[in-house]
Design a protein around this ligand. Structure first.
Ligand code: HEC
Length: 108
């Protein structure tokens, strides 16, 4: 009986860690946690919409700005740099996930 409970617990922990790993790859999760306050998908908020970003930027430009906005904003044509860097907050998987999430709004 104890072994049975042990197996259930192990199985539960395993499923749980899989769910967490999957969440890390979820661009929508990253968006809602870190970006939503300033960016919306298709309308302008405090920052530009993901749609307008997807239509004019490459994957590299997008990732560069998320990691080091202070060094890319001029090149992207912005007069001010207000966006915080997410270098310390996002791992590479999350960065890739949010970039794909942004690029899916490309319309032309
Ligand atoms: C505090 C508000 C704020 C938050 C939070 C924020 N941004 Fe920004 N973002 C801006 C503003 C304002 C700009 C315009 C340029 C600047 O200030 O750096 C911008 C610009 C950008 C650009 C470049 C736009 C262009 O011209 O192509 C990208 C890409 C971007 N943000 C992605 C994100 C992502 C992804 C997140 C979440 C991980 C995020 N931002 C979170 C405010 C924010």
């Amino acid at each position: 009986m104890i072994r049975y409970y042990f197996k259930i617990t192990v199985l539960f922990l395993l499923l749980n860690s899989l769910a967490v790993a999957k969440q890390d790859l979820n661009g929508e999760g990253v968006f809602k946690t870190y970006c939503w306050g300033c960016h919306h998908q298709t309308s302008v908020a405090f920052g530009p919409s993901f749609e307008s970003i997807a239509n004019k930027r490459t994957m590299g430009e997008i990732q560069g700005h998320i990691i080091a906005p202070k060094s890319t904003y001029k090149q992207l044509g912005h007069k001010r740099s207000v966006m915080p860097s997410f270098k310390e907050k996002l791992n590479q998987n999350e960065l890739d996930a949010i970039t794909s999430f942004i690029l899916q709004y490309k319309s032309k």
